[in-house]
Design a protein around this ligand. Structure first.
Ligand SMILES: NC(=O)c1ccc[n+]([C@@H]2O[C@H](COP(=O)([O-])OP(=O)(O)OC[C@H]3O[C@@H](n4cnc5c(N)ncnc54)[C@H](O)[C@@H]3O)[C@@H](O)[C@H]2O)c1
Length: 255
């Protein structure tokens, strides 16, 4: 298949929903063979079916990115199925809107396990495979909440800030091996995660209006807005880009 990712193999965590789903579809459309790793089996398999129906190539593996054995297995599965690994999108993530005093230790640990340890583990096991191909591209999903604070989301802010610096560390450790690592900082994107944030608010309609008022561009982001950024970072078009953040936020952090 021709395209901006022709001949490449991509592993996308959290590919069953939202940003990961849109990216999996776009990467496949651009010629990549795509492995979706997620804890949601039915949704992940449905994305694979949709990609195949559109003429692309994809496979699903159930994996919890916070578990070392699963991270190891998703990378091994990708290489066994498609022969190599060129692109890792460490995108799986979970949120929690609570401020510090309301956050339990268990909630803190869950956010850190998925959002930070998950990125570390995916990276740890992908890099040896990328080295075999003479390079690769790792994309980590941070957030505008990894760039600026808010009066809530304590663990989430901490986790996404950690992802930004882990990204720079990975970029420097592996630049000489032609393995690039960049972060994407999405703004407020309409996905099931955002729906969950709204439904946890006392008045979801009011919360939605308040979030919308934070958007300089006057609308929420769409999963495809992020997928196109990931496509650039995954492709050879960004071969001189490493250790940085691509902020896609409708102007949220321009203030
Ligand atoms: N939606 C937003 O406004 C927004 C903004 C900034 C950053 N982000 C980040 O973007 C990423 C994708 O979020 P989304 O909005 O598409 O949410 P989403 O909930 O639609 O998708 C997240 C996916 O990750 C999967 N997942 C969760 N925990 C997992 C685990 N332990 N192992 C494997 N898979 C797991 C979920 O099953 C789901 O399919 C996340 O890292 C999120 O923090 C989202």
């Amino acid at each position: 298949m021709a395209g901006r990712l022709a001949g490449k193999v991509a592993l996308i965590t959290g590919g069953a929903s939202g940003i990961g789903e849109a990216t999996a579809k776009l990467f496949a459309q651009e010629g990549a063979k795509v492995v979706i790793a997620d804890v949601q089996t039915a949704k992940g398999k449905a994305v694979v079916t949709a990609i195949k129906a559109a003429g692309g190539e994809a496979a699903f593996i159930r994996a919890n990115v916070a578990r070392e054995g699963d991270a190891k297995r998703m990378v091994a599965f990708t290489v066994k199925r498609y022969g190599r690994l060129d692109i890792l999108f460490n995108n799986a993530g979970v949120e929690n809107p609570k401020p510090e005093v309301e956050t339990s230790v268990a909630e803190w640990d869950r956010i850190m396990d998925v959002n930070v340890k998950g990125v570390f583990l995916g990276t740890k096991y992908a890099i040896p495979e990328m080295k075999k191909n003479g390079g690769g591209s790792i994309i980590n999903t941070s957030s505008i909440f990894g760039l600026v604070g808010s009066p809530g989301f304590a663990a989430y802010h901490a986790s996404k800030g950690a992802v930004r610096l882990l990204t720079k560390s990975t970029a420097l450790a592996h630049a000489a091996e032609n393995i690039r690592c960049n972060a994407i900082c999405p703004g407020v994107i309409e996905t099931p995660m955002f729906a969950e944030v709204l439904s946890a608010a006392p008045d979801p309609d009011r919360a939605r209006a308040e979030w919308l008022a934070t958007e300089p561009i006057g609308r929420f982001g769409r999963p495809d807005d992020i997928a196109y950024g990931a496509l650039y970072l995954a492709s050879d078009e960004s071969s001189y880009v490493t250790g940085t953040e691509l902020v896609i936020d409708g102007g949220y952090t321009a203030r």
